[in-house]
Design a protein around this ligand. Sequence first.
Ligand SMILES: C[S@@+](CC[C@H](N)C(=O)[O-])C[C@H]1O[C@@H](n2cnc3c(N)ncnc32)[C@H](O)[C@@H]1O
Length: 281
Amino acid sequence: MLSYRHSFHAGNHADLLKHLVLLALVRKLGEKDKPFTCLDSHAGAGTYDLQSANALMNAEYESGIARLWRQPVKSSLLQDYLHCVEALNPDGELHYYPGSPAVARWALRERDRLLLLDLQQEEVDLLRAHMRGDARIAIHQRDAFEGLLALTPPDPRRGLVLIDPSYEQKADYQRVVDCVHKLHRRWPVGILAVWYPLLGEARDRSEWLKKALQQERLDALSCIELTVSPQAPEFGMHGSGMLLVNTPWQLERVLEDALNEVLPRLGTDVHFSIETLSESE
Ligand SMILES: C[S@@+](CC[C@H](N)C(=O)[O-])C[C@H]1O[C@@H](n2cnc3c(N)ncnc32)[C@H](O)[C@@H]1O
């Protein structure tokens, strides 16, 4: 039984990292005229009300997007990201936050496609309502890992997948590794982007995940991590990371510029790293 609701976490530091990387990838694909497909395997509700009871429970957005809201920034990626958030909040108050489907949609062109998957009925109902009337978007209520293999390679063939599980079940880590391995074989040109949490020592599986993916002979594998506090001995999420397969040329530089500006606004014990784990063949 699934119980994860992203509305409790929307706009936190992990969303900042994930959505900046997602937007950077979609912008890269948009640099060429040819259309592309973006798949989002764990799409969630699409847009989040930051004044809802769920969002206010821990108000995680206050140490995330609220720190950047209406701040002048130089990086063009960061400017685009903030424009995307502003588009949902035209009156100038930070009330709504775009989930990954809304971030991707914001940067789509007329002939690009967005395929969204989620398993939970409530999330899918909200997602349908938020994405209504956009002919570029298809929503599938089905298991992410089975669905991704069925829907790839997509048409248009250029594109990317965001894989963003809640990792409620430990088995999700192995399912991610198996899925990435199969996707890369089925769709060698696809960009694959996997989000993962950095947890307290007792629970952390990030090193295992990185090592497991490094053994899969994936092209241009890179890893971007953002931490906002020291690692706790037991529980708690002190940061998160993204693993990218087929990392586009010069993406690291674009992310570095954006994250260098994000860092001082999030706090004093905040760090990021960008690492190349394998080169392209
Ligand atoms: C972390 S949230 C997604 C957040 C979203 N990607 C964003 O950035 O706005 C994870 C989502 O995965 C969904 N989910 C969990 N297990 C799934 C599965 N096996 N297949 C598809 N969706 C699943 C949950 O319903 C939840 O909405």
